[in-house]
Each structure stands twice: as C-alpha cells, then as structure tokens.
Design a protein around this ligand. Sequence first.
Ligand code: URA
Length: 210
Amino acid sequence: MSNVYVLDHPLIQHKLTYIRKKETGTKDFRELVDEVATLMAFEITRDLPVEEVDIQTPVVDDAKAKVLSGKKVGLVPILRAGLGMVDGMVNMIPAAKIGHVGLYRDPETLKPVEYYVKMPSDISERELIVLDPMLATGGSAIEAIHSLKKRGAKQIRLMCLVAAPEGVRLMQEAHPDVDIYLAALDEKLDEKGYIVPGLGDAGDRLYGTK
Ligand code: URA
C-alpha cells in the first residue's frame, strides 16, 4: 500500500482509542476528533515546500528564516462527517480556503450522488486535502475526488481517521495519484458497510443524531 501513510504517533493513537470507545459521548468525541485532526495536520503537511527569506529579529538585521512557499492549501470536507475535522486542521493552517462536497447514496443504485459542491475559484492552484473520518467502501471519497478533478484540481490528498482495506484498494484503483493519510487501517468492512472494529457512524457520533 505504497501511497498510504498510517500516522502512528502515540498521541494520535491514544486519542483514537477514546474516539473508538462506545462509551465516549458526543462532546468528548467531537473534541477528540478535533485534536486528532490537528495532530494529523502536522504530519500531512510535513512535505510542504518552504523557502528561505531574510528577516530582522530584535537581535540581528540579517537572519535567514523559512516560510511556506508554493501551493496554498485547500480543505475539502465531505458532508457531513468531514466537517468534524475542519476546525482541527484550520488550527494549524489558518489561511486555508475551504470547499464543501455533499453526497448522498441513491437508495436504488447505492451509488453516491452529488447534491452540493462549492469550491474556492483557484482549486487548480491549491494543494487540496479531502477530509472524511471514515474510508469504508470508498464510494463517497472516490466520487468527491472525481468531482474535484472535473473542476480542475491537480494535487489532492485524502485524510481519514480510519479506513478499511477494501476502501483503500478501490481508492488506489480509482485515484492512484492521491496519497492517503490515516490514523488507522482497520481489519475489514462488515455486511452493513461498517468498518471493523471502527468507531461506528462518525456523523451520528459527532452530531449526536442517534
Ligand atoms: N461510515 C461511518 O461513519 N462508519 C463506518 O464504519 C463506515 C462508514
């Protein structure tokens, strides 16, 4: 799984354990997802290019320092669960622009259907990070990324908390150019499409809708 990065940081793993636990309530679940997104932001941006600049400090007039250079970042949460990862990312990348993609599953074809897309006008110039806590069958993320490419996106990464191997495989087939960043790669999907052991329905747990 060459373009899959499991962010095996102790803090991420510790917090993910509490996110998974069934007794974790909405408030804590939300806070933990937020915190893990912040920690993942740190890792997913590790290879962003930097350039050297000349600055003055209170001590010297000619210090060399580094700033981010090149492409700017765009965040694209997939509605609705992806919204839970936005604030955590924005803590680290405050200038990021944010696009949204909404998809629902057609009850007959079971295929994802786009119902809402609003993107920054310059997505072709941005390094886009698609946010969705769960990469289960891969259907929504694959469709969302098709939609971004159709609108001109060129550089896309996918960031999820938990993935199933089935979803990762389909994503790699559909979009081999998209690197995938995860907090955990789980065992499998069950017959209802839940990730095992997973964390349940991420949207319901974030928004207390169950
Ligand atoms: N979506 C979820 O929220 N949870 C799963 O386990 C699978 C898809």
